[in-house]
Design a protein around this ligand. Sequence first.
Ligand code: SAM
Ligand code: DTB
Ligand code: SF4
Length: 338
Amino acid sequence: MLDTNRSTEPTSGATKPAKTGWNLADAQKIYNLPFNDLLYRAQSVHRAQFDPNAIQMSRLLSIKTGGCAEDCGYCSQSAHYPTRLKASKLMEVEQVLAEARKARDGGATRYCMGAAWRSPKERDMEAIVAMVRGVRSLGIETCMTLGMLTPEQSGRLADAGLDYYNHNVDTSERFYSEIITTRSFADRLETLANVREAGIKVCAGGILGMGETADDRISMLVTLANLPVPPESVPINMLIPIPGSKLADAAPVDPIDFVRTIALARILMPASHVRLSAGRTDMSDEMQALCFFAGANSIFVGETLLTADNPGEDHDAALFRRLGLKPMAPTTEPEAAE
Ligand code: SAM
Ligand code: DTB
Ligand code: SF4
């Protein structure tokens, strides 16, 4: 997977367009730079591509919660662990559209719908397609995360107008089987390829704080940066420890290491939106500020993620005021029909 032979360290950095062909050794060198040098470099790359004070805002909704057949060690929704989450059926299309309308009116520019599935069933596809069409007609970007997709399913979602598909690699190829045994790292890459091939934009990232090493984090980012086209969106989640799950007692990630990982994601994938994702309720404003300085330029807004807490609108509005941040305009502008 990793090409450790090619040396591809860019010579001038900031103004270069997105590049591929990073190797592990170069990425390790960057990750281990003195912190100030790392942040200076990440911020330079960031400024060359983006308005440094604009943050993209996405809203999540769990359209099908719990009872999942997969054994992801971090997840509240896996049926393999006694997490005490109540499972529910796929939501009605109208109910999803009502929630999406509220999110749009609250300032979200992308609506991300998640289902606790290994992969969607044929019987669910009609409703899923209707949700994509309906949310798009509200004039906001659509994203879905439904587990593994075949080329045929990817094509149907693309035809419905789906803008993004979220499918995380979660960690390094080496560490993957310590966290999930019911599917493989290669399965994840296959779905990412199917989604890309269908013409849907890719959202792929991972989780920190699962007991992985710094090299696992670096390797995960090198894998993402070296995809034939790097993901447009890279969510970096901090593990929310779920009581009853396999990782309930995982040691928290060092905040400085977390910021280093954000900075490396920014440097390796200059044109991508790097999302400071799950775990913000356990981060200080100062830690989030450092993440934004390191190149994070997207967040999930609203009081819940899929099943876990997220800082509410008031807290984020105060954070944006403190830091002089503003919402970013959407990259694709679906036309509102209402
Ligand atoms: N079932 C689909 C799948 O796994 O692809 C979509 C939903 S899944 C909950 C989406 C992502 O949320 C996971 O890949 C993982 O990266 C992240 N996630 C889930 N539980 C988390 C937790 N407790 N803390 C941090 N991130 C989490
Ligand atoms: C992603 O990387 N993070 C989001 C989204 N993609 C789907 C999900 C975070 C889930 C956090 C735990 C929960 O709410 O259950
Ligand atoms: Fe299921 Fe997704 Fe949770 Fe894994 S992360 S248990 S696939 S909902």
